[in-house]
Design a protein around this ligand. Sequence first.
Ligand code: F6P
Length: 538
Amino acid sequence: MDKEIWQALEKHQTGIAALRIEKLFEDDPERFEKYSLEAAGLMLDYSKNFITEETLELLNHLAESCDLASRIEDLLTGKKVNNTEDRPALHTALRGDGDGLDAATRKIVNETFSRMGNFVSQLHNGDWLGASGNPITDVVNIGIGGSDLGPVMASTALTPYDQKKVGVHFVSNIDPEQLSEQLEVLDPYTTLFIVSSKSFSTIETRMNAESAREWCKANGIKQEDIGKHFVAVSTNIKAATGFGIAEENIFPMWDWVGGRYSLWSAIGLPIAIKVGMDNFNAMRRGGHLMDQHFRSAPFRENMPVLLGLLSVWYTNFFKTETQIIIPYDYNLNKFPSYLQQLEMESNGKSVTRDGKPVACMTKGAIFGEAGSNTQHSFHQLLHQGTHCFPIDFIVPVNSHHPIGAQHDYLFANCLSQTRALMKGRSLEDIQKEMRGQGKSEEDITRLAPHRVVPGNKPTNTLTMEKVTPETLGALIALYEHKVYTESVIWDINAFDQWGVELGKVLSEDVYAAMTHETPGDIDGSTAGLVEYYKKHQK
Ligand code: F6P
């Protein structure tokens, strides 16, 4: 990272933060044309931001000074970008033509996709039979983190493409409430579990899978028939066979695919089961289109690069700590949770790639939910709160289920929020309106300040004709590459997650304290809570 460019950006920020975004539109009627672009079926309007030509030029220099172009090549051609685990991050090879993979691996990847296709057909055609000889009616994906969030998000987003052949359900939480809720309504003889775990050692997944197996047995399914009700997706074939899953029912995964980037692999089986293999492949094609754009477009016309640089702009120069994501598409309601893992697990880091403390802030928090519900929950804070949040709005032009003018209103709501966030409402305007309504001067003085909306809040709007498998694939790849762009600027490794490992290790200590007479070596607060648990446990 070039210090001079960084300082120039700091200086530039103090000037631009004093401007009104709305004024930038008045000064330049071409602003929308200049600061919007299309790629891979998506359209990004980033004109409602604190940016000018100078901002983009400086951010462009910043990207160049970090060698972003060659780092993109490193990612896409299989260099070991995950340096702390000494491996590449080649999720892109799963949606393209295998770029970055050797011929043998490419062959295995293709075989895996055709196995997935056969498996999906067997389920859809009623050819996969359970212990009683009846076809499978429901599939439960047992997995957590990347082995859950991506598949849940994409299969929810593609609900209009549901083939309605087999019910698809998800269990992730170690809380037995979630598993019980599913099992209560399922028939063990027509249910198939997919144990999705890259490592096959994650405690939540292991325990849920064991409980599901016990449930099958308790309902009379014999040990020798258990294999008809369980398949797995994992890199750890030994542990999966040890669990009792036949090797031919294990779909391979590879260490060069990170958990939160794995929905493109066989971890995406629940998506393919819900919407069919053709639609799954269409999603892969959409992702690949975004990869090609990321690889070839100049930075100024590169959608993921622009999103990444804008995020850096706000995080490091406006010191914003939270980014908000609001899809105005009900089926995309899981997209914010999926992005939380993608963005925060990838870039919530505080040392550089070579282990030194970072010189700047890295990823802050991500939160969001589907609009228009959000307007009636947290938008008050966006409009009148004291914090500034950059927000991404996502809204398709067409609904899969147009009913009356509802979708038009949804779209209008979305745009009007971005407009209101930019324009706000001045004290003078409000006073004028109140006078027009015949309010007393006393009331105006008392009430008008409460109605002021400062505005000048930055937003991006992403739109597309419709949320289809292709555009969804492009959208996911867009955010993956935005995350990578940020990581290059911040000089951090986006592909490891050592912080999560600590929680896993420490939970064993606490469990041991809960199940032993003496609490062991734990702190006073945790020991007190453990004692409370023991005392009140029924
Ligand atoms: O939450 C940490 C994590 O390691 C994620 O990165 C991963 O997606 C998740 O656990 C699940 O891991 P696995 O697929 O190995 O069960």
